[in-house]
Design a protein around this ligand. Structure first.
Ligand code: NAD
Length: 349
């Protein structure tokens, strides 16, 4: 039976990337039935909201979605649809693998990190207020339940994907209560995986320096929301930037797969943007539904086309458009080239 998936095209470069991703996934060997819906500014006039109920219902029904980026107006207008989706669907885990690829310009080689970011609390709870005219207060919320839940997710991910170590990242030397609770929760969960998955912790500032100096020492990182947001962009930078950085938002009832990058409005409609990040997010979805075989085929086809360097987009030094790049990947898949022996990172990404 075909796998039903909600496809939110997004805006800006979103629709082009969503189409490229749909074509590649249709060639992956898994049959999909796409439920195409729209969200964002373009649906405001019709539905009075950027996130209509039928979009949420479609995701709840299918339990799976792929989402193109959606523009968030700055300073005014509606709240981020991306954040609203995560909250409405309880997508508590943000998974962002960062892996070096031959053919992608970067200062580093052999980076293979997986960032697991808590998605629901910390300073992103959005509780802030003015204290008099000249001071503002923002409340950082860390709970044992959410911290243990994200730590378990990181360890389970490590076990399921053949990874060997989880590093908890915090600032518990200064925020002894909030980050102290996060660290304590990670330690509690780590004890249940002792002997199977190694555990260590790092203070976030030291972690950033270590990642820049010796990223190869690290494997899976688990972080509260704010540090996770920052460190995952740092990790994307280590492997060549936003065009190749995939992501997933996962909860108990649904999972939404999306690139780390945004809607890049200046490239909208130009058939120019790199679809790799959204296609690799699609590969994460294939793993999520237990089709690691198809995920490996897609990842290998993307790797091959990028390594060859002929039919690639501007950001990878080529002149191909989004759709030509996707066609080259589809052709690889259809040619049935056997996927290369999966590496540890291929298994995980
Ligand atoms: P952005 O990621 O959209 O773009 C920054 C720059 O990165 C672009 O100008 C472009 O040079 C490059 N870039 C990004 N994606 C690329 C791709 N696939 N191929 C080639 N180059 C690419 O960041 P921004 O300009 O800060 O944000 C634009 C809009 O996107 C904002 O409204 C923001 O709120 C929104 N946004 C949405 C999401 C999401 O939907 N999850 C995430 C981040 C930002």
């Amino acid at each position: 039976m075909a796998q039903r998936v909600t496809l939110i095209r997004g805006d800006g470069i979103g629709p082009e990337l969503a189409e490229a991703t749909r074509r590649v996934l249709d060639a992956s060997g898994v049959a999909f039935d796409w439920d195409v819906v729209d969200a964002g500014e373009g649906v405001m006039a019709e539905y009075g909201t950027p996130l209509p109920d039928h979009v949420l219902e479609s995701i709840r029904r299918n339990r799976l979605a792929i989402k193109g980026p959606i523009t968030t107006p700055v300073g005014e207008g509606f709240r981020s649809v991306n954040v609203a989706l995560r909250q409405a669907l309880g997508l508590y885990a943000n998974l962002r693998p960062a892996r070096s690829m031959k053919g992608v310009q970067s200062r580093y080689e052999n980076v293979d990190l997986v960032i697991v970011r808590e998605n629901t609390e910390d300073l992103y709870a959005g509780i802030e207020h003015m204290v008099g005219p000249d001071a503002a207060e923002s409340i950082k919320i860390i709970t044992r339940a959410a911290s243990e839940r994200i730590a378990r997710f990181a360890f389970d991910y490590a076990v399921a994907n053949g990874r060997h170590k989880v590093t908890a990242v915090h600032k518990a030397n200064i925020m002894k209560l909030s980050d102290g609770l996060f660290l304590e929760s990670c330690r509690t969960v780590a004890a249940a995986y002792a002997g199977r998955i190694e555990f260590e912790d790092r203070i976030v500032d030291n972690m950033c320096m270590q990642l820049v100096q010796k990223p190869e020492l690290y494997d899976v990182l688990v972080l509260p929301n704010l540090y996770g947001d920052i460190v995952s962009d740092l990790a994307a930078g280590l492997v060549g930037g936003l065009g190749v950085a995939p992501g997933a938002n996962i909860g108990p009832e649904a999972a939404v797969f999306e690139a780390v990058h945004g809607s890049a409005p200046k490239y909208a409609g130009l058939n120019k943007a790199n679809p790799t990040a959204l296609i690799l997010s699609g590969a994460l979805m294939l793993r999520h539904i237990g089709r690691a075989d198809a995920a490996e085929r897609v990842e290998a086809a993307v790797r091959d086309v990028i390594a060859e360097g002929v039919t690639v987009t501007y950001d990878l030094g080529g002149t191909a458009g989004t759709s030509e790049f996707a066609t080259a990947i589809v052709q690889r898949l259809e040619a049935g080239r056997p996927a290369k022996q999966p590496t540890a990172s291929a298994r995980a990404s």
